[in-house]
Design a protein around this ligand. Structure first.
Ligand SMILES: Nc1ncnc2c1ncn2[C@@H]1O[C@H](COP(=O)(O)OC(=O)CCCC[C@@H]2CCSS2)[C@@H](O)[C@H]1O
Length: 373
């Protein structure tokens, strides 16, 4: 089946067809339903960017379904250290992504459906989209108590969050995207969204924690496929289109010229961590030295994800001031990242060979500092 898109530059692009067709001829009736075949969060976010930037959505809104392997997705103006357990995520191979829309942090896995409603800026209406989802759920399960809230969450039984919303409004085009919890791993969700990092000061957008629930826990017939089909049917009915869900491949350069470089950009350290609003971290560590507890104070300012000011204060008899100062200045300009900190501290340590006592203190201190990154 051919699904024509009208491109902003007047070109037509055919889904499930390998050749973009020059010359604008829009035959899409009045809307389109897409689903990604990829489970890669960066590729799927790149589809959103691409559609937002390239397609003319006048009279032809798009609903896009996508699911991701385990990922944490932070809002555009958030601080990942404040919102998530980065060490645990690294350990478990859970991806971290920064999206272009604002709002809070959510957890995705294959049990979570993402829905993006693309429209022109004028037709952008989050409440209408959420009501559409509610109608679809009630069409499958009339007894289900799901309601949209003023902050555009969907609540099950008046108390459990099953969906969170965010949006991006461009010059002419807008999108509203939301999650829908079907069978997400709740243990993983709560463990990765709990930040172990303390003493962070920042003006970044803070998330609004909620008690979540999966729809499948409420009713075992509500699988992801059942939910997507029901929403697609309701969307089709609303826009008088057929309810067919068209599969798209977000790595297909022919359908989406330039999309792979967009996905790559979304994966860069500079985008994910580097876009964190300026923040500071203040931490106090206790170390045992000759049967006494010593206090080490660390204060770090981070701008664009990089250390701007570093101030490590340790008792002079434990770690000479001169060494602390060398460590402080060597951190400046480096990424606030445990791997970079390890390389850096190891290099610096090599300039003090044979000093075993120093080496041991140094590793204690550096281990503690890496722990807050
Ligand atoms: N997947 C999912 N769905 C619903 N609620 C969730 C989810 N993951 C976590 N949470 C809960 O929401 C709060 C954060 O709520 P908060 O209101 O702060 O943020 C949001 O809801 C943002 C939604 C973004 C949706 C986008 C759609 C496509 S890409 S991401 C978190 O602390 C958890 O308690």
């Amino acid at each position: 089946m051919l699904i024509p898109f009208s491109l902003k530059n007047g070109f037509q692009l055919l889904c499930n067809h390998k050749v973009p067709v020059a010359g604008f001829k829009n035959t899409a009736k009045s809307g389109l339903i897409l689903q990604s075949i990829s489970n890669d969060v960066y590729q799927n976010l790149a589809v959103e960017d691409w559609i937002h930037d390239h397609l003319n959505l006048e009279g032809k809104p798009i609903l896009f379904f996508w699911r991701n392997s385990a990922s944490v997705v932070i809002g555009r103006h958030q601080n990942p250290w404040q919102e998530s357990n980065l060490n645990l995520m690294r350990e478990k191979g859970i991806k971290l992504a920064r999206r272009r829309s604002g709002g809070g942090t959510v957890y995705h896995d294959m049990g979570n459906i993402n829905l993006t409603f693309f429209t022109t800026k004028n037709k952008y209406d989050r409440m209408e989209n959420l009501k559409l989802i509610v109608r679809a759920l009630n069409a499958v399960k009339p007894q289900l108590d799901v309601q949209a809230t003023k902050r555009f969450d969907l609540l099950l039984d008046g108390q459990f969050k099953i969906s969170g919303t965010a949006s991006k409004i461009g010059r002419t085009t807008a999108y509203h995207h939301c999650t829908l919890l079907c069978s997400t791993d709740g243990t993983s969700l709560s463990s990765v969204l709990k930040s172990p990092y303390q003493g962070i000061k920042s003006n970044a957008t803070a998330s609004t924690p909620a008690v979540v629930k999966n729809l499948l826990e409420k009713d075992p017939t509500l699988t992801c496929d059942v939910l997507m089909n029901a929403i697609a049917a309701e969307y089709a009915a609303c826009h008088q289109i057929d309810g067919h869900i068209n599969l798209i491949n977000p790595t297909d350069e022919i359908q989406f010229p330039g999309i792979n470089s967009r996905a790559k950009e979304l994966q860069t350290w500079e985008w994910i961590y580097g876009k964190t609003p300026k923040f500071s971290v203040n931490a106090t560590f206790n170390v045992l030295h000759e049967q006494a507890h010593l206090e080490i104070k660390v204060s770090i300012d981070i701008k664009n994800g990089r250390i701007e000011i570093c101030n490590i204060q340790a008792p002079d008899h434990w770690l000479p001031l001169e060494i602390c100062d060398r460590l402080n200045s060597s951190f400046i300009g480096s990424k606030f990242c445990p791997i970079e900190a390890t390389v850096l501290t190891n290099t610096l340590l090599k300039t003090y060979p044979e000093d075993h006592e120093l080496h041991s203190k140094w590793s204690i201190l550096c281990e503690k500092i890496r722990g807050i990154m």
